[in-house]
Design a protein around this ligand. Structure first.
Ligand code: SF4
Length: 105
């Protein structure tokens, strides 16, 4: 039996825009295809699995810079929790401004 799926063209356009405009490094993210809920745990939920995925990711620094530059206040980015990023915000922003992000890794 055939099924009909209704797709909102605006939603498809927005999804395509996000995919096409994302930075190139995101295509090399180790978390591609992993359940995003793991990276946005509720209070008290485990983070070890998501952090272990980040620990093997080649674009961890880019991801951390992205999260801090874009003020991502929730979730796990660049191998850091939101709490850890609050502590890193000042030194990472300073490193980014001086073009020496790799020095603090
Ligand atoms: S560092 Fe973690 S969250 Fe960032 S792209 Fe890599 S696996 Fe994904």
């Amino acid at each position: 039996m055939d099924s009909v799926v209704s797709v909102d063209p605006r939603r498809v356009r927005e999804l395509l825009r996000v995919i096409l405009e994302r930075p190139d490094w995101m295509r090399r993210a180790h978390c591609l295809g992993v359940d995003t809920n793991l990276f946005f745990p509720e209070r008290g939920e485990p983070t070890a699995y998501a952090l272990s995925i980040c620990s093997e990711c080649d674009v961890r620094l880019q991801c951390l810079a992205f999260a801090i530059s874009g003020a991502e206040r929730e979730g796990i980015f660049g191998g850091t929790s939101a709490r850890a990023r609050r502590r890193l915000r000042v030194p990472v922003k300073a490193a980014l401004a001086e073009g020496r992000l790799y020095d603090i890794a």
